[in-house]
Design a protein around this ligand. Structure first.
Ligand code: F6P
Length: 522
């Protein structure tokens, strides 16, 4: 049965009694910026799946969120302890900001996190760049996050929930100081197979950091399995594939899969707001002046999203099936991201060039095939676009989940749109009623788009209502995490050893944890 936001607090209390709830992530849910008016501030919600997924939970539950204070006015908005209550319009939880220097941002965030771990986990070792100074700073910043958590928790009991690949080491720093705290970690991106993860010179240390959690969560069972294999072969953990546990130095980490979702009601509500009809008419008139069909794509401008592959497929569509020229228009929202990194900058240029060429080739008087919107849009506008769209095209080459797929389905109140979903997005595992595509095969994708646009209305409605029927919410996801985490916490040995090693003992520079390549696969 579906879980509602008001059931989360009692669910959490049932499992964790009086413990404080602390979420820790690199990205913060609210950034303060200076407004145009001198001395005034406004607040921005950074784009991205993680923050938009967790913010409603924290609002429902209260507690604390520890994150990098990345906004230009962030330091002016906090109290003496770097805390601010959010959301500004209805303060319901505390955001504790961690300050990063210019070097931290370059080496920990843009360096180790996004030029090493991100491409590695998205199966792009060719794009990795590793430097000693990145790793050194990654350790240091992870320790700083851990210290902020420890400062907030003091001697109290708490349930600490780490997020994502930026913070693989922080759990071990916390565990070393407070062995009895219960720690969980959710990895929002894919976890790669052993043959890829072993390319990391720091694999053993990273795994050791992650294994300090009581519960390690991934989107899909195959990511959890990859992690267990790596834990066994690269960190020397004793792994039980049946119970899905990995034990290292007397501590057992449980591993599970929890496919993340969205606030379904929020998107449904936005898509049915009274102003939506008028806005849909306006957009249709602007982009399809002669009437016709609309496709949408919404992605960060990231190489894992397969934008060049998507545009190639569209080019094949207009080339092979000229009846769609002037009849089908594509709107691609491409949100700039991590643009200080060369691979992202190159991708942005490539996408610009490709869209320009396609438009040059097919545009006619008054009609342009692709509209590239290079900015993030507020959820109200996204919901309107999703409702309006005849197809939504998701072409990820590798994606942990892809929440756009779920937002589209939640917003499709008229049930006339078709979801074309890459088989390499985690969402494809659950959303089996979508039209599954292989973005590496642009001709087949073009055919799939053509077929989707030609489907009779009742067939589209049937597929969409099945997709809607199977959509779980972010609250269900949270409920699953709390329930499993609660069980694991109850099982955990309350007499955990309490070593207090120095930082360098935790991650000695010289000796790496033993790798065990001969241990076999399972
Ligand atoms: O998928 C991982 C993730 O952290 C998402 O939660 C989010 O969409 C994206 O990456 C944001 O990236 P960044 O914080 O680097 O802008």
């Amino acid at each position: 049965m579906a879980i509602t936001p008001d059931q989360l607090e009692p669910l959490f209390r049932r499992h964790f009694a009086e413990r404080r709830f602390v979420v820790v992530s690199n990205r913060e849910p609210y950034e303060h910026r200076w407004a145009e008016e001198v001395g005034e501030m406004d607040v921005r919600r950074p784009t991205g799946g993680l923050t938009s997924a967790l913010d409603p939970l924290l609002q429902a539950l209260g507690g604390m969120w520890v994150a990098w204070g990345s906004g230009e006015a962030d330091s002016a908005a906090v109290d003496h302890a770097a805390r601010v209550r959010v959301p500004p319009e209805n303060p319901s939880y505390t955001l504790r900001r961690v300050w990063l220097t210019h070097h931290d941002i370059h080496r920990y965030y843009l360096g180790f996190s996004n030029q090493f771990l991100w491409p590695l986990c998205h199966l792009r070792p060719d794009l990795t760049r590793i430097r000693a100074r990145y790793w050194e700073r990654y350790r240091r910043v992870n320790r700083r996050f851990a210290e902020a958590v420890l400062e907030e928790v003091q001697e109290k009991e708490a349930a600490i929930w780490f997020q994502d690949y930026h913070l693989a080491l922080a759990p071990l720093f916390v565990r070393a100081r407070r062995p009895n705290l219960t720690l969980a970690h959710f990895w929002h991106i894919p976890f790669p197979p052993f043959d890829i993860f072993r390319l990391s010179p720091h694999a053993g240390y990273l795994l050791r950091g992650m294994l300090a959690n009581d519960l390690m969560g991934f989107h899909l069972p195959q990511f959890a399995d990859n992690f267990l294999r790596c834990a066994r072969r690269l960190a020397g953990a004793i792994v039980n594939f049946e119970t899905r546990t990995a034990t290292l130095e007397g501590h057992t980490c449980h591993v599970a899969d929890f496919p993340i979702s969205i606030d379904v009601e929020q998107f449904r509500g936005l898509a049915t707001a009274p102003v939506v009809h008028e806005n849909m008419e306006r957009v249709r008139a602007k982009y399809t002046p002669r009437g016709g069909l609309i496709g949408v794509g919404v992605d960060r401008l990231d190489y894992s999203k397969g934008l060049p592959e998507k545009f190639k497929a569209l080019e094949f569509l207009w080339d092979r099936y000229p009846e769609f020229r002037e009849r089908f228009t594509f709107i691609q929202v491409a949100v700039p991201t991590r643009s200080d990194i060369e691979a992202y900058d190159e991708l942005a240029q490539k996408v610009d060039r490709q869209v320009w060429e396609i438009n040059e080739r097919f545009a006619t008087d008054g009609w342009k095939p692709i509209h590239l919107v290079k900015q993030s849009l507020p959820p109200e506008q996204l919901a309107m676009l999703y409702r309006l769209a005849d197809v939504c095209l998701i072409s990820s080459l590798q994606d942990g989940m892809n929440l756009v797929a779920k937002e589209f389905v939640a917003s499709q109140v008229d049930r006339q749109g078709v979801l074309l979903l890459s088989e390499f997005a985690g969402a494809a595992e659950e959303m089996t009623q979508a039209t599954i595509i292989n973005p590496y095969d642009p001709e087949a994708c073009a055919l799939a788009i053509r077929d989707a646009l030609s489907l009779p209305a009742p067939v589209r409605a049937e597929a969409m209502s099945r997709l809607q029927g199977s959509l779980r919410t972010i609250y269900d996801w949270m409920g699953d995490v709390f329930t499993r985490w609660g069980e694991v916490t109850a099982e955990a040995d309350t007499e955990r050893p309490a070593p207090e090693p120095e930082e360098d003992e935790l991650f000695p520079v010289g000796a790496a944890p033993a790798r065990n390549y001969s241990a076999g696969d399972a």
